[in-house]
Design a protein around this ligand. Structure first.
Ligand code: 5GP
Ligand code: MG
Length: 184
């Protein structure tokens, strides 16, 4: 197997940039939820690195749960369909919920998650996304916390995949066209 770095066109966010931004983001969340009863709901699988790095920076009492959704089916563009692959386990009624996701693209995923959560009658629901793509038309959706705003490009690394690969890169980058065409 070849190393992954050579498949990248460019590195958009380095490990150091991510570390520094997370320090600030966690402080903001800590401040906003200091007096609340926080339940973090991370969206699988893309948010794994982000949630782990965020969690260790949050010193307050909190609970963690996961929801599994799948929308990409291995391509670099969204198909519009959403499949629930893992349901929520914790009761979130009257709780303060913060949904944590990897990237906000069209907003379709989080619009659906919001509708699903609101039926469970939480005290509040907010959204934290590691990345937000700079796109002109988004579904009726705005994130409350954003790690980084990035250009409208397909990115991998730091949890984000292309055909289930590259999630383990500790930084974020774009793929070379040859790597996209290769279909490992
Ligand atoms: P949305 O529902 O906002 O269109 O898309 C959100 C989901 O699509 C993300 O959680 C992520 O799984 C996937 N996605 C969107 N843009 C990208 C991207 O640039 N790279 C990767 N790897 N996944 C993306
Ligand atoms: Mg996702």
């Amino acid at each position: 197997m070849h190393p992954m770095r050579q498949d990248l066109e460019e590195v958009l966010l380095t490990e150091e940039q991510i570390r520094h931004r997370l320090d600030d983001l966690a402080m903001e969340i800590q401040r906003d939820y200091a007096e609340k009863d926080l339940t973090l709901v991370a969206i699988l699988t893309g948010s794994v690195m982000f949630i782990a790095d965020l969690l260790r920076r949050l010193p307050m009492q909190l609970r963690l749960d996961y929801v599994g959704v799948s929308s990409y089916h291995g391509e670099t563009r969204s198909t519009g369909e959403l499949i629930l692959t893992k349901a929520l386990k914790l009761d979130v009624r009257d709780r303060d919920v913060l949904v944590v996701d990897d990237i906000l693209d069209t907003g379709l995923t989080l619009v659906n998650i919001r509708a699903m959560l609101q039926k469970l009658q939480p005290q509040s629901v907010k959204f934290c996304t590691f990345l937000e793509k700079d796109i002109p038309h988004r579904e009726n959706f705005q994130a409350d916390y954003v790690g980084f705003h990035i250009p409208n490009k397909f990115v991998v690394g730091y949890g984000l995949d292309y055909r289930e690969r590259y999630r383990n890169l500790p930084y974020v980058g774009t793929l070379r066209p040859e790597a996209i065409a290769a279909k490992l």
